[in-house]
Design a protein around this ligand. Structure first.
Ligand SMILES: [Zn+2]
Ligand SMILES: [Zn+2]
Ligand SMILES: [Zn+2]
Length: 142
């Protein structure tokens, strides 16, 4: 109940109508440590059809609720944004860690990334940090 209430606020803040399917997608994404692909979402979300899910993900991305990140297979994955993203600007300049074994993508937003100062004349539009290696789960199996 409390959680759903929070999600309803989130939708409202981003001018999106509350629907059962939207709440369900939010719930799934918030509770995952890793970014999630659309096929993975499809397999767990139940009776939300593919087109609806596609539209929800697009709307969420446009509004600054989720951001897209590609895994090592080139598949788009989605993860919840930091609270300072909105429909005008995404501000997810955290490190994305790609596990070369399980192919999961982790948003390591607890790390402080160094400020980037570009040479004169360059105008920054988007900054992204990514790393490849083994996640703790896979590293432990070695
Ligand atoms: Zn964002
Ligand atoms: Zn892994
Ligand atoms: Zn991320």
């Amino acid at each position: 109940m409390g959680i759903n209430h929070h999600f309803e606020h989130l939708l409202k803040r981003h001018q999106l109508k509350r629907t059962e399917a939207r709440l369900r997608v939010l719930n799934l994404l918030v509770n995952k440590k890793t970014a999630t692909s659309q096929p993975d979402l499809e397999s767990v979300i139940g009776d939300v059809d593919r087109v609806t899910l596609y539209r929800i993900l697009n709307a969420f991305e446009e509004k600054g609720i989720i951001h897209k990140v590609f895994d090592l297979n080139g598949t788009a994955n989605y993860a919840i944004c930091s609270s300072d993203c909105d429909e005008h600007h995404h501000n997810d300049e955290h490190l994305h860690f790609n596990c070369s074994n399980c192919k999961n993508v982790y948003c390591l937003d607890e790390l402080d990334m160094p400020p980037i100062v570009l040479p004169a004349g360059f105008k920054l539009e988007k900054l992204s940090f990514s790393a490849t290696g083994l996640c703790p789960k896979c590293a432990n199996k070695e």
